[in-house]
Ligand binder design. Structure first.
Ligand code: PDD
Length: 281
């Protein structure tokens, strides 16, 4: 596989980053995941805009190649022959050659820009989406700026591991009794035809797929309510689902051992998945 590192296209074994890089030592980096379907980038503009916002919020310099990111994404898709899959992009603050809590002077250091592709045949026609997935709930103990897409993913990883151990697929995070989001996705329920998902704030990532799905839902005259909900409300809902760039719209059929609705993917989630895949490609 060919990867991109700071202006160069390299075989993955030759792409090397300093051990002093701040994303390695301090999780001082931000990232984006963009999916590829039929060789085309999905929601690229949204991911680029959110990357710019994450960089701004952390006073991080834009990488020199920022304006070429579309070309770089396209070139990697081509070089690696990706039909269905993902592109991972990470920008770190770089390093001034030592470990220091203080940010290095931007004059003396350059951000590190890394991109690589992941081949995922069957991403759109995912059999998991036909069955739906099971989630557990766990306390959300992440930091308070979840709207910034940083590479601090240890707690979400622990959440996925806890889910796996419980025979489930993912964890929904709960703070003050209300669901914030999934470990790597935005959470929704459907009750009496109304789609309910937490309102945007610093408590959750502003999902690019969320924005598109809510726009399509409203265009299709579906009711949308942006507000927090509890696990009990989700268990008593007609449907539940989540959204993310890597899974689009994914039905959730069980929460903490309780079936949602009849325990099968619901019509609203199915329809939104179809609309999203039709309209975004
Ligand atoms: N995760 N919430 C969290 C905490 C996320 O990590 C993600 C994305 C989302 C959904 O955002 P979007 O629709 O823009 O992908 C919500 C990516 C896919 C990941 O970490 O792999």
């Amino acid at each position: 596989r060919t990867v991109y590192l700071n202006g160069e296209y390299l075989p993955e074994t030759e792409a090397k980053v300093s051990i002093f890089d701040r994303s390695f030592l301090m999780a001082d980096g931000v990232y984006e995941v963009t999916s590829v379907l039929g060789g085309k980038l999905i929601d690229f503009d949204g991911h680029l805009a959110r990357l710019e916002r994450s960089l701004n919020e952390l006073d991080m310099e834009k990488p020199e190649a920022f304006d070429d990111l579309l070309d770089i994404h396209r070139k990697l898709v081509e070089l690696n022959g990706i039909d269905e899959g993902m592109i991972y992009l990470q920008v770190s603050r770089g390093s001034a050659g030592d470990r220091d809590f203080v940010f290095p002077d931007p004059e003396e250091t350059k951000p590190t820009l890394v991109l690589f592709t992941q081949n995922k045949p069957g991403l759109a026609d995912n059999p998991v989406a036909k069955k739906g997935i099971k989630v557990i709930s766990i306390e959300d103990i992440r930091w308070g700026r979840r709207d910034i897409k940083t590479v601090q993913l240890l707690y979400p990883s622990m959440g996925k591991m806890a889910a796996k151990k419980a025979g489930c697929d993912d964890a929904w995070l709960v703070e003050d009794g209300q669901v914030t989001e999934g470990t790597s996705n935005n959470a929704y329920i459907v009750k009496d035809g109304t789609i309910i998902t937490r309102n945007l704030s610093q408590d959750i990532l502003h999902g690019i797929t969320r924005a598109a799905v809510l726009r399509f839902a409203r265009e299709a005259q579906m009711q949308v309510e942006e507000r927090p909900f509890t696990i009990a409300e989700a268990q008593a809902a007609d449907e539940a689902f989540y959204t993310s760039a890597s899974s689009f719209v994914m039905p959730v059929v069980e929460i903490d051992g309780t079936k949602v609705g009849d325990g099968k993917p619901g019509p609203v989630a199915k329809r939104l998945r179809e609309i999203y895949l039709e309209e975004s490609v």
